[in-house]
Design a protein around this ligand. Structure first.
Ligand code: NDP
Length: 497
């Protein structure tokens, strides 16, 4: 066990009386309420943030709108905008350990994961998106049916920034997903208001300071902290918010979609999943076991693309079940700041209760449960990891998104049965296929209802590979060379000559 010591500057940041980040500076909320931030490993309060009021949100939107109308950022040359964003990536690199520690302290995740995926991933994604700033292009074309017939027209299209974007961020990877919600909008020339989850607001606040230090003009990037039901709701309903970029649960996503539809605001939704893995009899068992252990239990299963349902063809079932059972019994559990602990607490007491409720109801229904290590600290928000063997399809845990360290393992007679059961869900975010057969690897993925299908791996994401959900897992795609399209309007300009 190696427990990482908290950097003095991280402690100083936790001790600050955080306000809201509006117009390039700290500003107090006009309300008096504060929201406590907890360390999930101990259950103790480590800081507090402002609980934004409706007036605060209106101020943040006015700041973003003001900066958009001023045009400083959107009219900056693409190369200059790219340079500012690359500088932002360099600052995240400079402060990588600070950000990783802050993330682990508020979110609970392993410090190793925070270093690789949060501060490390944030740098990679910022640099990728920064590069897209200089690749925004339109088309030029002749008009084919001119009026009058002898007239000549040439038309071209411009991709213009969409306006003020609200980025609504979940708690499972607050910095990395914050970057996904904010950076493409900035790269396209939009102005942004970010709202992190009330559970994990701290890294976005620090990120806002870094954006100003990098040279993002005042008002272009604002961060408000507060309740989803009040601050979040006000933001997504605000008439001056042109686009909402949301990552979070399906029920909240549906609610936001309804608000946006009522005023025809643009919206992208990255939502929940109930992601299956199909393991064929010819798969490499050691690869399956190590791959699915990571895919199901990394960050305590609090990953939208985490594998939560495994369907194994009968001849390989006992081998996979025994291997996963061994992996579970070998897992170490402890605080995220212990870099040897693979399983850490979940994000909050409320989430701990929710996940535990799924496990209890499966146990009560008679499901066969295989348990991992016990929680080390009764005050921390730990959930004992579990494998559920051949559960009944009617048990809620097999159908709903649990978002915890829980995986179901089901024996199937054939690939066709696995496919039918894997697709039998309202979700369609991600899935995986495990096989050594080239034929199966070519033929099955097109029949799997998911925005991403991995073959012989699971949860591999990359800035250049579009990611998003089918069915109730969302609308739109993040990442890839077309990412900025969702943050621009196409304008046609037609010139008669
Ligand atoms: P929630 O839907 O509860 O919250 C997401 C964000 O929305 C939070 O900032 C929340 O604020 C805010 N919010 C809540 N209610 C409203 C509202 N009425 N109007 C506007 N904003 C609101 O999700 P979680 O934070 O619990 O995140 C976990 C979920 O995110 C899982 O379902 C997971 O699958 C999904 N997810 C999807 C990903 C994808 O790419 N598809 C990636 C990562 C996660 P507050 O917390 O303050 O209430």
């Amino acid at each position: 066990m190696t427990v990482v010591s908290v950097l003095p500057e991280v402690q100083a940041f936790l001790d600050r009386h955080h306000g809201l980040y509006i117009d390039g500076t700290w500003t107090p909320s006009n309300g008096r309420e504060r929201l406590s931030v907890f360390n999930p490993a101990t259950g103790s309060v480590i800081g507090s943030v402002a609980d934004a009021t409706v007036e605060d949100i209106d101020r943040a939107v006015a700041s973003a709108r003001g900066s958009f109308l001023k045009r400083t950022w959107r009219d900056m040359s693409p190369a200059a905008r790219e340079r500012v964003l690359l500088r932002l990536a360099d600052l995240v690199e400079r402060d990588a350990e600070f950000l990783a520690q802050l993330e682990t302290l508020e979110q609970g995740q392993s410090i190793t994961l925070s270093r690789i995926l949060e501060s490390g991933g944030a740098q990679s994604w910022i640099r990728y998106v920064a590069g897209l700033s200089t690749k925004i292009t339109g088309q030029t074309f002749d008009v084919s049916i001119p009026l009058p017939l002898e007239a000549r027209y040439t038309a071209y299209t411009r991709k213009e920034p969409i306006g003020v974007v609200a980025g609504i961020i979940p708690w499972n990877f607050p910095l990395l997903i914050g970057v996904w919600k904010v950076l493409p909008a900035l790269a396209a020339g939009c102005s942004v208001i970010a709202k992190p989850s009330e559970t994990t607001p701290l890294t976005m606040l620090r990120f806002a300071e870094l954006a100003t230090e990098a040279g993002v003009p005042d008002g272009v990037f604002n961060v408000v902290t507060g309740l989803g039901s009040l601050a979040g709701e006000r933001l997504v309903r605000h008439h001056n918010v042109t686009k909402v970029s949301f990552t979070g649960s399906t029920p909240t996503g549906k609610r936001i979609a309804e608000h946006c539809a009522s005023r025809l605001a643009r919206v992208s939704l990255e939502l929940g999943g109930k992601n299956p893995a199909i393991v064929l009899a010819d798969a490499d068992p050691s690869r399956v076991i190590s791959g699915l252990t990571m895919a199901g239990f990394m960050n305590q299963g609090q990953i939208c693309a985490a594998c939560s349902r495994v369907y194994v063809e009968a001849p390989l079932f006992d081998t996979v079940a025994a291997g996963l059972q061994n992996a579970l019994s070998d897992m170490s559990i402890g605080p995220g700041m212990d870099d040897a602990a693979f399983i850490n607490p979940v994000v909050s007491a409320a989430h701990q209760m929710k996940v535990q409720g799924f496990l209890d109801s499966a146990s009560e229904a008679g499901a066969e449960m295989v348990w991992g290590p016990q929680a080390p600290d009764p005050h921390g928000f730990y959930v004992r990891p579990a494998l559920v063997i051949n559960p009944d399809d009617a048990v809620p845990l097999t159908r709903d998104e649990v978002f915890g360290p829980v995986m179901t393992l089901t024996r199937v007679a054939s690939a066709e049965e696995a496919l039918a059961r894997a697709n039998d869900t309202p979700f369609g975010l991600a899935s995986s296929l495990w096989t050594r057969s080239v034929d199966a690897a070519m033929r099955l993925p097109p029949r799997m209802d998911a925005g991403t299908v991995w073959v012989n791996s699971h949860v591999m994401i990359d800035p250049n590979m579009p990611f998003g959900g089918m069915k109730e897992s969302g609308i739109g795609r993040d990442f890839g060379t077309g990412w900025l399209d969702a943050f621009t309007e196409t304008k046609s300009i037609c010139i008669q000559h």
